[in-house]
Design a protein around this ligand. Structure first.
Ligand SMILES: *Cc1c(COP(=O)(O)O)cnc(C)c1O
Length: 351
């Protein structure tokens, strides 16, 4: 079975399964093993586990490359950064995901990399810089400002300049965007979010079509000890099966509510690219009070679960100061949009 022969929504349901032989289970079981009888494909679980391999097969086909899963999105990000030679010159978004932004700044301050940050929508600024850089780290849409980069232009130009590219595709997911097909070297995911989709595990993944780089990442995962647990791999693959229907319902809810939010008197700005499952609003009055007065929407960090979540991002001291104080990130779940609207509207009525 090859992912090229079918729609990704079919692939995600049917890939990563044991061989179809009598009495074999239809789903890959959870292999709670640290070690295996010697001499086979699996020896020690920090290096690989069948529960992880099944998930990797499914994820790889979704993005059109070879996948490797990690114990969190940040573990995946750090493993990528660990591949960079000392002194690498890196371009990254001004407001990237907080953990990534803080980590890159740390590497810069320690003299391990030379970091320049750019607004991802400033295509010309970035393409002008590229010839002098080694790494381009992109996120599109960005978390939480929902800025969209001209990925195709940036990735093509980066390739021409020999610049290694990483695209954090957590928000778009392979449902809406395949950065490898646009020329990216690496796709990064926080599998914690919509890929697993149920807010019950932490995981990350990198997908690449460069076999050598994939092998290097495999070594990073072994040495950094960043392997996810077999149980989490099982849960993530189970969640991934329904990615497309969850994404489409969450996106429908986002589109439906964004149009209502745009005319709400207590919402001064709505950020939404016109697609996807995440939006951000800037509110008049106390954003904390809005978060605290919802009854259906859950006030919690993270995103991409079946349940709708909201959060004022600047409550985190390390969040970029480019993010407005009164910005609330909305992660749309799969509930009925009328119920989501009724609750959000009442919470916004007395900010
Ligand atoms: C959550 C997130 C990460 C980090 O992933 P974890 O699984 O929390 O370590 C990276 N990038 C983006 C865009 C995220 O939303």
């Amino acid at each position: 079975m090859d992912y090229k022969d079918m729609d990704p929504s079919t692939w995600v349901v049917n890939s990563g399964r044991p061989p179809a032989t009598p009495s074999n289970p239809v789903n890959t079981p959870i292999f709670p093993a640290s070690t295996f009888h010697a001499g086979g494909a699996y020896e020690y679980s920090r290096e690989g586990n069948p529960s992880a391999s099944s998930l990797e097969e499914a994820l790889g086909g979704l993005e059109g490359g070879d996948a490797i899963v990690f114990s969190s999105g940040m573990a995946a990000a750090n493993s990528l950064m660990d591949l960079w030679p000392m002194g690498s010159k890196v371009i990254a978004p001004t407001t990237a995901y907080t953990g990534v932004a803080v980590r890159l700044r740390e590497l810069h301050e320690r003299g391990q990399i030379e970091l320049t940050t750019c607004d991802v929508t400033e295509t010309q600024v970035i393409t002008d810089l590229l010839p002098d850089y080694h790494i381009l780290w992109l996120e599109s849409p960005t978390n939480p400002l929902l800025d969209v980069a001209e990925l195709e232009v940036l990735l093509t130009r980066a390739r021409d300049c020999g610049v290694t590219t990483i695209v954090d595709n957590t928000f778009a997911s392979p449902v809406r965007q395949n950065p490898l097909a646009m020329g990216a070297d690496f796709v990064l995911h926080s599998v914690t979010k919509i890929l697993s989709g149920h807010s019950d595990l932490l995981m990350g993944a990198v997908i690449t079509s460069d076999r050598t780089a994939w092998e290097q990442l495999q070594v990073r995962r072994v040495l950094l000890g960043a392997m996810p647990s077999p149980f989490d791999c099982y849960l993530a693959l189970r969640g991934l099966r329904t990615l497309f229907i969850r994404y489409e319902k969450s996106e429908y809810n986002a589109i439906t509510l964004v149009s209502q939010l745009e005319s709400h008197p207590n919402v001064s700005r709505v950020r939404y690219p016109g697609w996807g499952t995440i939006a951000a609003i800037e509110v008049v009055g106390s954003a904390d009070q809005v978060c605290e007065s919802t009854r259906l929407w859950t006030y919690a960090t993270s995103l991409g679960g079946v349940e709708s979540l909201l959060e004022r991002r600047r409550r985190w001291p390390l969040e970029s100061h480019g993010v407005p104080e009164n910005l609330i990130r909305l992660s749309f779940g799969i509930e009925h949009p009328d119920d989501l609207w009724t609750d959000l509207n009442q919470a916004l009525s007395n900010p």
